[in-house]
Design a binder for this molecule. Structure first.
Ligand code: ZN
Length: 370
């Protein structure tokens, strides 16, 4: 499975159906809730039925729905796929499928561009990260992507046994020798971690090591890894891959929550100082004026709104465009539109989960250039 990247999401968000709308279909195919292929097909039928009712007989959309149905019924690799995202615009012969190792919320959206919000949530919430576990003799280096283990290496440096029984050494010499072996082992661990970084690449590193080793280990890490170090953990080295994975994902989720909290704190500080806007109306206005650096959105925030087909203006009030006076399209979810607009403008997008401060500030906001 090739994981979706932020760049690919931006490319998707940049596609516009000029002659016909784009149909986006997300399908939850998680084996935990949809055991058999026929359960998946039933889920598909459910979302397609309501989409057909809303398609108003548009032939391009009808073609999209047929293609989506054929793809799912035809079967796909379910061993690692928990979510499917399909984007179709028959009039432009446009077709993209993204298989995800995480579950999604099943929905069909017909709009002028691919609906990428759920993809953005997945990528934003599951950055690729490395986990380095070290004790006095052993090293385990794991890399996770979208919540799945993608690389695992281990190494072992035997500590010398019985040195203290060799009476030709003084006590100090024995201690120095043992310390040198540990230092060598830590260098080896740092090397293992750097090789995994070069092979896989990751944005964040989590470190698990006893307190008396952690400081020295950090000091011998390659600078690229030191600047990516975001947390320490107490995951035991002997844990199974699955135990490590679950514990690591919890640490990663905490790191993600604290990154979101930092962004929301910047938002709150910036509002009075003209460096940020909060609430739907001001945020959409800042997007239209292309002033946004970072868009912050509470996950699950949905609000109806309007979009102008002529000039691209988005806002909460219709029906005629305040800029060009053209009649606008009503949107079920203008927040989705805001995310797409931000991605297309190359802004950073931060989806915040359970952040009460952002909810109080209006569930959406932006750090702005001016
Ligand atoms: Zn307009």
């Amino acid at each position: 499975m090739v994981a979706i990247t932020e760049q690919e999401i931006r490319t998707l968000a940049g596609f516009k159906g000029e002659q016909a709308p784009v149909t986006s279909c997300y399908l939850n195919v998680d084996g935990a809730t949809h055991v058999r292929h026929q359960d998946v097909v039933r889920e598909l039928d459910r979302v397609l039925r309501s989409a057909r009712e809303r398609s108003n007989g548009n032939p391009s959309v009808a073609g999209d729905l047929a293609r989506i149905e054929a793809h799912v019924r035809g079967g796909f690799d379910r061993s690692r796929t928990r979510g499917l995202a399909m984007f179709s615009c028959t009039a432009h012969d446009y077709w993209r499928v993204v298989e995800l190792p995480v579950a999604v919320h099943s929905q069909v959206v017909v709009n002028h561009a691919p609906c990428v919000r759920q993809l953005e949530v997945v990528v934003d919430q599951h950055e690729r990260f490395g986990l380095l576990l070290v004790d006095r003799q052993r090293v385990r280096m794991l890399v996770f992507e979208l919540g799945e283990l993608v690389e695992s290496t281990a190494a072992f440096d035997q500590l010398p046994r019985g040195d203290d029984e060799d009476h030709s050494y003084t006590k100090d010499q024995v201690r120095d020798h043992a310390a040198a072996r540990v230092r060598q082992h830590l260098h080896h661990a740092a090397q293992v971690a750097f090789e995994a970084y070069q092979a896989q690449g990751f944005e964040r590193l989590i470190l698990g090591a006893p307190d008396d080793l952690a400081g020295e280990l950090e000091s011998v890490l390659h600078p690229y890894l030191r600047e990516r170090l975001v947390a320490r953990c107490a995951i035991p080295l002997h844990a199974s891959d699955d135990e490590v994975r679950r514990a690591a994902l919890e640490v990663e989720a905490e790191v993600e929550r604290s990154k979101e909290a930092d962004a929301v704190a910047s938002l709150r500080e910036g509002v009075g100082a003209g460096r940020a806007v909060a609430g739907l109306g001001p945020t959409l206005a800042a997007l239209v004026e292309r002033r946004v650096k970072t868009l912050l959105v509470s996950s699950g925030y949905v609000e109806a709104g309007w979009r102008c087909r002529g000039c691209g203006w988005i806002g909460t009030l219709g029906r005629s465009c305040p800029v060009c006076t053209q009649e606008m399209d009503q949107l079920d979810d203008v927040v989705e539109q805001a995310v797409e607009e931000a991605l297309a403008q190359s802004c950073r997008v931060e989806i915040c989960v359970g952040n009460a401060d952002l909810d109080v500030a209006g569930r959406i906001g932006a750090l702005v250039r001016y």
